[in-house]
Design a protein around this ligand. Structure first.
Ligand SMILES: Cc1cc2nc3c(=O)[nH]c(=O)nc-3n(C[C@H](O)[C@H](O)[C@H](O)COP(=O)(O)O)c2cc1C
Length: 188
């Protein structure tokens, strides 16, 4: 039996015990039609039939307002190639920044929703808002996936080629990992 001393974790940091979390870029657009990007570590599938994904967003985020306005969003899957841009979209607010312009990420028209997809990401889940509910200090938006597609080069037969698609995992703060042992700490 393995015995080790257990570190008591402050309850305000409990979520770190669930990290590293697979990190996504959610693109959304409001009534003004200016698109935005928010970085999220709290996202997960919740149903296969119907196909549903849950994202958890604090009410004060600009993206929260946009998703409430148009009731649509896209979950885009970034890789380590755009780690710096991913951090930027998670530190700057679309209320003050044009994140597409400032990061150089490319908006492309989606197939079924108004929000653009992000070209540099390897996969895209287009969502229409199915439901939402408040959980403490976040809102869980449940998206019904109306289209899902991925770059053929990195995704085939239902699986990612992880040598080609280095996914981003958020450890905490400005620290990220990918599948492997190195820890990446980009500087803005
Ligand atoms: C790696 C990372 C993960 C994040 N995950 C979440 C999250 O799950 N939910 C959330 O509300 N904010 C999360 N944030 C913070 C938002 O991305 C950040 O506040 C962003 O600037 C909000 O942009 P907006 O105001 O344009 O919507 C995360 C930030 C980073 C860097």
């Amino acid at each position: 039996m393995q015995t080790s001393e257990k570190e008591t974790v402050n309850l305000s940091s409990f979520s770190r015990l669930l990290h590293p979390m697979h990190t996504v870029l959610v693109s959304c657009v409001g009534k003004t039609a200016k698109p935005n990007i928010i970085t999220l570590a709290w996202a997960m599938p919740t149903s296969i039939d119907p196909p549903l994904v849950a994202i958890s967003i604090r009410p004060e985020r600009h993206s929260h307002t946009l998703i409430e306005e148009t009731k649509e969003f896209v979950v885009n899957i970034p890789t380590m190639r755009i780690l710096r841009e991913t951090l930027f979209c998670g530190r700057m607010s679309g209320s003050k920044h044009d994140k597409f312009k400032e990061t150089g990420l490319t908006p492309l028209p989606a197939r079924k929703v108004k929000s653009p997809i992000i070209k540099e990401c390897v996969a895209h889940l287009e969502c229409k808002l199915h439901s939402k509910f408040t959980t403490g200090d976040h809102t869980i938006f449940i998206g019904e996936i109306v289209e899902a597609y991925a770059d053929k080069e990195v995704f085939s037969e239902g699986e990612y080629d992880l040598k080609k698609a280095k996914m981003i995992f958020h450890i905490g703060g400005n620290e990220f990992a990918t599948l492997g042992t190195r820890v990446f700490k980009p500087k803005l």
